[in-house]
Design a protein around this ligand. Sequence first.
Ligand code: PBG
Length: 319
Amino acid sequence: MRRLRKNSKIRDLVRETSLTANDLIYPLFVKDGLSDSEPIHSMPGQFRLSIEGAVKEAAEIADLGVPAIIIFGIPKVKDEKGSSAYNPRGIVQRTVRRMKKEFSDELVIITDVCLCQYTSHGHCGIVKNGMLLNDQTLEILKKIAVSHAEAGADIVAPSGMIDGQVQAIREALDQSGFSDVAIMAYSAKHASSFYGPFRDAAHSAPSFGDRRSYQMDYSNPNEALREVELDIREGADIVMVKPALAYLDIIYRVKSRYRMPTAAYNVSGEYSMIKAAAEKGWIDEKTAVLEVLTAIKRAGADMILTYFAKEVAEWMRNG
Ligand code: PBG
């Protein structure tokens, strides 16, 4: 076997999986009312951005050859219903409008459709007596998705694990004249400890309880496949597995079984673990990141949402 490992050119020739900037989606946090960017302490190298800061960042991303960003909004006001999530003048809507004007079709704009950053209790829907109400939440998700489409989003990405959310959003988009807006469904999104740094970044930790009555139990691969199958039937264009690293088996099964465009979310905790170990000098950041992202692709992901996207694209450009 070693004959084909002899030098780097031979290794290039026989490589079965290759990672390129084209595979990556860069998440951006945009915070309402911000004038300067704020560093996110639990995610070294990541920032809460103003609208102008986000536009600047997006321009750099597009220039590096990363095809897409996903936008997370952090609103000024939270309430029981998360009403700033569907405000046409909300932070995500204003950011998307501004970016579409700036980039047109040079950058794919994806928006996260969820309520946890916008609700006073930090849950991903309407809550009554401590329980998340499914169908009442769907009504709000429809409004959010349509408001993002009106602002110019190319793809909306419902992340709340609310039953029926893909179908509800598909119908709402079609009825509002946005049949060309695609849905990237967070289909198999697991209740995970690896979202910790994100919740700090987006101020979206639940104020009571946890998310286990809507996000999936990580012990259940068959249930993950059922979730994906339902989302495909409901009209998802892209299905997602989240997190990625502890879920390579799920990514593999989803891709093998459904052959759908498949995304994997290399989440905040997966990012910060590498950053922290690298800061301590315990691992080499660049080689670790490339190993992890290549493994996620090898498992079957066509695209990876990752906070490393910008760095990776820079490495690829500069060698
Ligand atoms: C919102 C949402 C979360 C993430 C993406 N969308 C947080 C959560 O479900 O608590 C996590 C992303 C990450 O950790 O990088 N529902």
